[in-house]
Design a protein around this ligand. Structure first.
Ligand SMILES: [Zn+2]
Length: 658
């Protein structure tokens, strides 16, 4: 019967010398040099993924050191020693599977026998596979032997998990790291065997086997064996997929297509079909991860030697072009989480289903981003509309009324072609006492290059205008016809632009840097209680400008600003700041985007040569007038205590909580 005499391919085609080994050139070359020069070590540690040739190379090494013709860099495989070791009749080469011989006794036995000279050949070679499985006791016993190995003994320790091996063992071995064999190398090896064995198989099937083997040649040969028994006449790619319980490329593309179309029900019904056909949720999930990873690699690297031929078709490249990297990362995140959940779940289907729904859902993060950008834009527009009103009212007396309408329609500041934020480094290097401490401040020479935008000319104060008799009412009436006024008065109590103007106009870089460098002291100096709470909230902000006794701190979340600007919180913060910097500093908390708008305006005016700059009022839909609000009751009580204490003891009070 054929099956009785049948020998597994991986046994038949196990390399017998270094030249037959697939991949691992870095290892075979080093070993051959050592053999040639008689520099073979007494202990080796071979680590690497399964099926990458660790024990195979160990066995070749064992033959080479013992070959009758030694020193040779490759066993002859013809002499009695080579043949005897190959067929196992020479028992001086001992293979031990630590997974089944993990006891101290077995290793002790090795230790005892190690002393005896080999019976037939020059070296006793112990090949210990899966050495990480040894018990601690066994490791200790092994270590004793490794400390003083007899000259006639060579240990070759093989492991897939080198990190589980004690360092004391590592340090006594020469270590070789085996690499996963590339799909191209596996494919090449498979084709050799297919030719010799006259196996009928389509090329895509070979590629698919190489892909599933995940770097292990032994697995690849095992799969080829299985596929051959499954379909002895002609192996097709579907046969291979069938055997692996994996998705065919087509069904992967179908599911991915449904995901890209945001069609959850189609994706789930495709998943159902696969599961009915016997695919496991875990496998489907892993396949999808692999598939998206492959798309990512293709998108960023293109096809190379290791790209399976399977992918080298138009459908794949078209698909790859339609997905952005960011989107793939988004999918991979979801699938990785699902794969992890599936591993520990009794209901893996549920997690795969959830993952598919998540992937076909709109991305919540990007939505949030769009909304944020939208509201930023909105507040900028409002600000632009708002600004002319304010300036116009100031200027009304000196302007000709007929010009007003035209000017009103122009924005008060328009960022010229040059983006100032691109040049912060230039500024930091300039030592200019007269410059405000605003990090966006550009170099003076750059000003000339900047195109002048259409801007309302602010007349010099006190300058007489021929049309002084223009009444305020007639001008403002004209203005109110052209633009819709926005309520901003409610904000000025809390978010007073004069505060910002003062800080920006009197900015002090040294002080700002000092505070930034000591920002951590906020929490450190307020280690407990309510102070700590507010200190860490405040510390999460970024100091943007400082004028010694006033600072502007920005936060991403406007709600944080509203909270920090409440009078009751300011009171607590007073002692928090005092504890940290030993001085009183007033602050304004502003949302990052609001401050950005303000600093753009300031930078623009500064570049116009203006000083003692006046800015447009703060406009934001997210900010509130909190000048009359107090913090929640707990904080209120605490702040009441603080207030009382401050009233009684003044600055001597340090607020600490048990
Ligand atoms: Zn030989």
């Amino acid at each position: 019967m054929k099956t009785m005499s049948y020998k597994a391919l991986y046994r038949t085609y196990r390399p017998v010398d270094f030249t037959e080994v697939a991949g691992q050139k870095h290892i075979t070359t080093t070993l051959k040099n050592a053999l040639k020069n008689n520099k073979v070590a007494h202990a080796y540690l071979f680590s690497g993924p399964r099926g990458t040739g660790k024990t195979t190379i160990a066995k070749i090494l064992a033959k080479a050191v013992n070959c009758v013709n030694s020193p040779v860099d490759n066993p002859c495989n013809k002499c009695v020693n080579c043949l005897g070791i190959q067929d196992g009749s020479i028992n001086d080469v001992i293979e031990i599977d630590a997974a089944s011989n993990n006891g101290v006794d077995e290793i002790r036995e090795i230790r005892d026998k190690v002393r005896y000279l080999p019976g037939y050949v020059k070296y006793k070679v112990y090949i210990i596979d899966e050495v990480h499985m040894l018990s601690t006791g066994a490791f200790n016993a092994l270590l004793k032997t490794l400390e003083e190995p007899p000259a006639h003994v060579i240990f070759i320790l093989c492991t897939t998990e080198p990190q589980k091996i004690p360092l004391t063992i590592h340090s006594r071995c020469q270590r070789f790291d085996f690499k996963a064999i590339t799909p191209a190398e596996i494919t090449a090896k498979l084709h050799e065997i297919i030719e010799t064995e006259h196996i009928q198989i389509e090329d895509e099937a070979v590629d698919q086997i190489a892909l599933y083997a995940e770097g292990g040649l032994r697995d690849a040969l095992g799969l080829l064996d299985q596929a051959y028994s499954y379909s002895p006449n002609f192996i097709k790619v579907d046969d291979v997929n069938q055997i692996c319980g994996a998705l065919s490329l087509k069904s992967q593309m179908d599911i991915v297509g449904a995901i890209l179309k945001m069609n959850a029900s189609e994706a789930i019904s495709l998943m159902d079909e696969l599961m009915v056909a016997g695919k496991e949720a875990q496998k489907i999930c892993q396949n999808l991860i692999q598939f998206f990873r492959d798309i990512l690699v293709y998108k960023n690297v293109g096809f190379n030697d290791s790209t399976p031929k399977l992918y080298q078709n138009e459908n794949f490249s078209t698909l790859a072009k339609t997905i952005s990297n960011r989107r793939i990362f988004f999918y991979l995140d979801i699938l990785n989480k699902a794969a992890n959940d599936i591993k520990w779940s009794n209901n893996p289907r549920l997690y795969l289903e959830l993952a598919l729904i998540k992937m076909t859902d709109e991305e919540p993060e990007s939505d949030a981003k769009i909304w944020k950008n939208f509201s930023d834009l909105e507040s900028r527009i409002q600000k632009m509309e708002q600004a002319p009103v304010v300036e116009k009212i100031v200027e009304k007396v000196v302007e000709k009324p007929k010009e007003v309408k035209a000017q009103v329609e122009k924005p008060v500041f328009v960022e010229p072609k040059k983006s100032v934020q691109e040049e912060p480094n230039i500024l930091d290097n300039i030592e200019d006492e007269t410059k405000p401490d605003v990090s966006f401040e550009p170099e003076p020479t750059l000003f000339e290059e900047v195109n002048e935008p259409a801007i309302i000319q602010t007349p010099i104060k006190g300058q007489k205008s021929p049309n002084l008799d223009v009444s305020f009412d007639s001008v403002s009436a004209k203005i109110s016809k052209t633009i819709t006024p926005i309520k901003t008065t409610s904000l000025t109590n809390t978010y007073n632009i004069e505060f910002v103007e003062e800080v920006l106009n009197n900015g002090n870089r040294d002080d700002k840097n000092y505070l930034i460098n000591h920002w951590y002291q906020l929490v450190r100096s307020n280690p407990t209680g309510v102070n700590e709470q507010y200190a860490s909230l405040f510390q999460s902000g970024e100091l943007k400008a400082s004028s010694f006794d006033k600072v502007i701190v920005v936060f991403d979340n406007p709600a944080t600003c509203n909270r920090l600007m409440k009078p009751s919180v300011k009171l607590i913060m007073k002692s928090v700041i005092k504890n940290a910097f030993d001085r009183e500093i007033e602050y304004m908390a502003l949302p990052t985007d609001v401050f950005q708008t303000i600093s753009d305006e300031f930078a623009y005016l500064w570049r116009q040569g203006k000083r003692d700059i006046k800015l447009s009022p703060i406009v934001s839909t997210d900010l509130r007038d909190v000048s009359q609000e107090s913090e929640d009751s707990t904080a209120k009580t605490e702040s009441k205590i603080v207030t009382d204490a401050l009233n009684i003891f003044g600055d001597l009070v340090r607020v600490k909580k048990q």
